[in-house]
Write a protein that binds this ligand. Structure first.
Ligand code: RTP
Ligand code: MG
Length: 138
């Protein structure tokens, strides 16, 4: 089934100049970019985006990190996009991510791990409209 997922290139990877390489990997793996923008989140906006993690010990650190610099937010489309993009990202901790995945190649540590991807249809349905209105998505 043709699916949409939300992808974020996180501040660590944008700062390091990996955006182009990551976008190339997305295109080479069959993801079509249906929307894209570069923005900087406020701390409050990062907290709203990661609200599902509000009781996790890393919530404050994560939302401080996610608001520390520019990010690139994209809507990606492909057959089975949600699961396939999670596979292409690799495990949360880059040290444990499979070779050749985005996080293995470009992630620094378990927090500064280069990219985000929706983890379910329910997450994608919350995350895509968090950043894009319907007229901004091809
Ligand atoms: P994401 O939501 O960013 O795609 O990553 P994920 O599903 O692989 O990981 P998740 O458990 O949803 O955690 C969200 C983000 O929080 C940071 N994190 N830090 N210090 C820690 O132990 C820790 N654990 C997670 C990471 O930036 C992770 O991607
Ligand atoms: Mg997650």
């Amino acid at each position: 089934m043709l699916e949409k997922t939300l992808s974020i290139i996180k501040p660590d990877a944008v700062k390091a100049g990996y955006s182009g390489k990551i976008i190339t990997m997305l295109e080479e793996n069959g993801f079509e970019i249906k929307a894209m923008k570069k923005i900087r989140l406020t701390k409050k906006q990062a907290e709203g985006f990661y609200i599902v993690h509000k009781n996790r010990p890393f919530y404050d650190s994560l939302t401080t990190f996610m608001s520390s610099g520019n990010i690139i937010v994209m809507v990606l489309e492909k057959e089975n996009a949600i699961a396939d993009y999670r596979n292409l990202m690799g495990a949360t901790d880059p040290a444990k991510a499979q070779r050749g995945t985005i996080r293995a190649l470009y992630g620094k540590n378990i927090e500064e791990n280069a990219v985000h991807g929706s983890d379910s249809k329910e997450s994608a349905d919350f995350e895509i409209p968090y950043f894009f209105s319907s007229i901004e998505i091809l």
